[in-house]
Structure formats: C-alpha cells, structure tokens
Design a protein. Sequence first.
Length: 271
Amino acid sequence: MKDILTSPFVEEMKKTTANMYRLGWDERNGGNISYMLDENQVKEYLDLDKVIRTIPTGFDATDLIGKIFIVTGTGKYFKNVESDPETNLGIIRIAKDGTTAELLWGYKDNSKFTSELPAHLMSHMARLKVDPENRVIMHTHPTHTLAMNYVHELDEKKLTHTLWEMCTECIVVFPDGVGVLPWMLCGTNEIGEATAKKMEEFRLVVWGMHGIYGAGKTMDETFGLIETIEKAAQIYMLTAHLPRINTIKDEEMVELAEFFGVNYRKDFLNI
C-alpha cells in the first residue's frame, strides 16, 4: 500500500491551505475545506475496511452515504497543515446511517472535522445535483471581500455587477454570479441550509461580514474562483473612494461572455 502522505489529495490540501494562509485569508483556525475523493484512488493508500473511530456529524447526509472526504479539522490552523497533515486533516466516510462519519485516517490528536461540516455536506449535496463533477467546498475569509461587505450593499445583483466591473475576466470566471447571505450564526445547520439553497444556483456564496463559500470541480478551480473574487474586491476597495472615470460597460460584459461562450446571468446586467 502506498504512503498516504505522498497521495495527490493530501498534497493538494497541503499546498492549498498553505497558499490560503500565506495570502492572509485564513487567520488562526479560520476557514475549512472538504474534498470528495475517488474511492478507487483512496484504496491505493488506505485499508477502507479499517475504521479508526466513528464521529456523529449532527446532520443527516443520507445522499452522501459511502462518499469519502478529506476535511480540515476543527480548531486547526491552516499554517500547520503542511508540516503535520495527519493531525490537521482527516479522511472520513459517511456511514450507512447517514449521520455518522467513519474516520479512516487523520485527526491523530483525537480531534475531529471542522464544526462547519454539516454546511459543507449540505453544499456538496446541492452542488452534486447541479454538476456531478463538483467535488470541492472551500470556506475562507479573504480580506478585501470581507472589507467590501461593510461598504457595499449585500444584494446579489448589485454585488455581482460591481465585481464584474472590476476585472475583465470576472464575468467569464463566475458568470453565474455571487450569492449573498446576511450575517448568520456560524457552525449551525441553519446557515448550512441557507448556503446549500444558494449553492443550487451559485458556486460562490458570500457570508455577510464573515467570508465566502466556494464550490468547484477541483481544488485549483475552487481556489481560482475565490481568488478572482478577492482580486475584484481589492480593486473595488482601492478605488471606491475615488471618482470613477472608466468602467467596463454592460454591453462590453455581454461581448466578453458571448465571445467566451459562458452562460451568464443576464438578469444581473442593466440594473
């Protein structure tokens, strides 16, 4: 059996969490990631019949029974994942009862998955119905995106439109726009349910005055979505207090979207 510390999915988690911490998106134990793995790939590294222990999830994830995820741990700092993945990450499988996680590897200090796991699982279920290839859910606190929450209306159409105006690539990278939730108590099933509902139509959901949730097919794609939002928010924050002389016009956004063949939210233009 291969060494799991050399597996591509552990390496991806190490690289991504290190990048997110380096960018200042995930202070202390802020942020969490869950990545649905291919069983055939995992069994090259783990004995899938060996369950270390079981952990209640606090949520009925019947639709995900048998699915395997690598998940960041509760209270864990992203800056420590690269040097000690076995303590800061865990690989879990949703058990046959739908409400229990079987630990297959990790959390070696007897800890468990992030407290946001129910929100992640709900979002996974929502995104899989939209696109069966969506395998990653990423939650983070990008600085300029968060700052923008305090000075811009938290309205999906208006926020999306402003972000689209900031960078030529934006309408191409996230043509489906950005969902928005008001401030809600984190770590609850209520915010998970609200996020999952938004995930039915958006791959990106802003949690007001908190951070953002992103979904994608790969770790790179999901990171890139959030990275693009953050760049646009940064440009907005650098220019919001200055007179606007130039902007990307709606007709130019349409030209971009149609040239690159993306299915954009037409109702988010001409507002």
